[in-house]
Write a protein that binds this ligand. Structure first.
Ligand code: 13P
Length: 252
């Protein structure tokens, strides 16, 4: 089964106009130098930068994604952004259910699933995030927590063409701490087994599962060469084009 590696940058709430455009231009130039890369590239800037980053990426094989979307197409939802708006702006992906949104905005599995359905209806692919807290890991509940998140957040009509899963242990995000390669492989294999139960074996075998949480140039190869790891969702290191590309080059 060949699953194309996805190298995705989640810029989170970082970047003013000039920084964002410069970063996008640097990434675009580096990806162009790769010619026909083996990997798929994606950057997910904050909403405020999407339009300018889209322009800066012109002609480069780098997809554009957002970090969240509402489940409604339009209407009275002050401050929210709909999947239709993101599609209109040139996005092809949206990250849903990131642990920071689950924590900061109380997002439940049910809400994440509802958003995912709306994203599909508007032609967006989703990156659905899951991952355990440090306490849950210490209590030995990692697989259980991740399984429940998959079962609750991934819609029944998810398939490999509209959905990517990102396993991001909450305690590894932005901390410099990472699970061992063995731990990551174990969780990814378990996630694929749950996906197989929910969506069928054929869909599960094609669906990409990314690892995220303190991915850096120095540890990228170790994670990205694991059999069930199909790419990375990169936070901090995606804000420096050189680091982002060094991570990519470890496998692409
Ligand atoms: P860091 O790479 O900064 O740990 O963030 C990971 C993440 O949350 C990506 O979505």
């Amino acid at each position: 089964m060949t699953r194309k590696i996805l190298i995705a940058g989640n810029w989170k709430m970082n970047g003013l106009l000039e920084d964002g455009v410069n970063l996008a231009k640097e990434v675009a130039a580096e990806v162009k130098k790769l010619g026909r890369p083996q990997c798929e590239f994606l950057v997910c800037p904050p909403f405020t930068l999407l339009y300018s980053v889209k322009k800066a990426l012109r002609g480069a094989k780098v997809a554009l994604g957002a970090q969240d979307a509402h489940f409604a197409v339009k209407g009275a939802h002050t401050g929210d952004i709909s999947p239709a708006m993101l599609k209109d702006l040139g996005c092809s992906y949206v990250i849903l259910g990131h642990s920071e949104r689950r924590a900061d905005h109380n997002e439940s599995n049910e809400l994440v699933a509802k958003k995912a359905v709306a994203a599909y209806e508007n032609g967006l692919k989703t990156i659905i995030c899951i991952g355990e807290t440090e306490k849950q890991r210490d209590e030995g509940k990692t697989i259980d927590v991740c399984s429940k998140q998959i079962l609750g957040s991934v819609p029944a009509n998810a398939d490999a063409s509209n959905t990517v899963i990102a396993y991001e242990p909450v305690w590894a995000i932005g901390t410099g701490k990472t699970p061992t390669a063995k731990d990551v492989e174990e969780v990814h294999a378990a996630v694929r087994a749950v996906l197989a139960k929910k969506l069928g074996k054929s869909v599960a075998n094609k669906m990409r599962i990314l690892y995220g949480g303190s991915v850096k140039p120095a540890n990228a190869k170790e994670f990205l060469s694991l059999p069930d790891v199909d790419g990375a969702l990169i936070g901090g290191a995606s804000l420096k084009a050189q680091d982002f590309m060094a991570i990519a080059k470890s496998v692409c």
